[in-house]
Write a protein of this length. Structure first.
Ligand code: CA
Length: 228
């Protein structure tokens, strides 16, 4: 689960990021509205926590752009403003919840969990598949040809990302930010190692081979072309 926090108060932002990271979420943090807006529109976030009053682009504008672009990720507003009009405005724009500062972290975490549950219960797909590889998203299990494959949590996340975006070449930098909470550093081979392990589990002994290396670009999961 990947979150974006846009909060211009440095301390509040860092505190939130640390707390949510400790709770097991991957968190991107932006301290201004302009970068926050850019990240919100280009990253793939499962939930956004937006401060309302931000330099340049305010939280409402970020939410408005998201919804106009068809992005329905849950948005929690975090703000010192507590007037009724502000709450109404946020909710009308399509915010999912509203928390007034100062707040207790435990309450924020509880609300975040509620938002994620609400979002994932009725509509989300329960499984993903390509060829004879199936992912059970609720139970975090993978099967190939009906046979259970044991994956670590990271391996499952990596596989889920690849299958969700099958046919699309994913650069290492994108994989690094989506699966690991890290910026891509060309010296690290974490991703290559993880892909090699994953390949060993889902492709070794099976046909067709699904994980493809696209030289100089990244990795992709796809059915091989008929001709090859
Ligand atoms: Ca602010």
């Amino acid at each position: 689960m990947k979150f974006l926090i846009v909060e211009d108060e440095i301390k509040t932002g860092e505190y939130l990021k640390q707390g949510l990271s400790e709770a097991g979420f991957v968190v991107d943090l932006s301290h201004n509205g302009l970068d926050g807006h850019h990240l919100a529109m280009t990253g793939h976030y499962d939930l956004l926590i937006l401060d309302v009053m931000l330099p340049d682009v305010d939280g409402w504008q970020i939410l408005k752009s998201l919804r106009e672009a068809g992005n329905e990720a849950p948005v929690l507003f975090l703000t010192a403003r507590d007037s009724i009009e502000d709450r109404v405005k946020g909710l009308e724009l399509g915010a999912d919840d509203y928390l007034v500062k100062p707040f207790v972290f435990a309450e924020l975490l509880a609300r975040v969990r509620t938002l994620l549950r609400r979002r994932t219960t009725p509509t989300t797909e329960l499984s993903l598949s390509i060829a004879d590889l199936e992912l059970d998203l609720a139970r975090h299990r993978a099967r190939r040809g009906g046979k259970r494959i044991h994956l670590t949590a990271k391996e499952f996340s990596l596989l889920e990302l690849l299958v969700r975006r099958q046919g699309e070449v994913l650069p290492r930098s994108l994989i690094a930010s989506q699966v690991w909470d890290m910026n891509f550093d060309s010296d690290t081979n974490v991703i290559d190692v993880a892909i090699r392990r994953l390949r060993g589990k889902i492709d070794d002994g099976y046909d067709p081979k699904l994980i493809q290396t696209v030289r100089g670009m990244g990795y992709m999961i796809d059915l091989p072309d008929e001709a090859s």
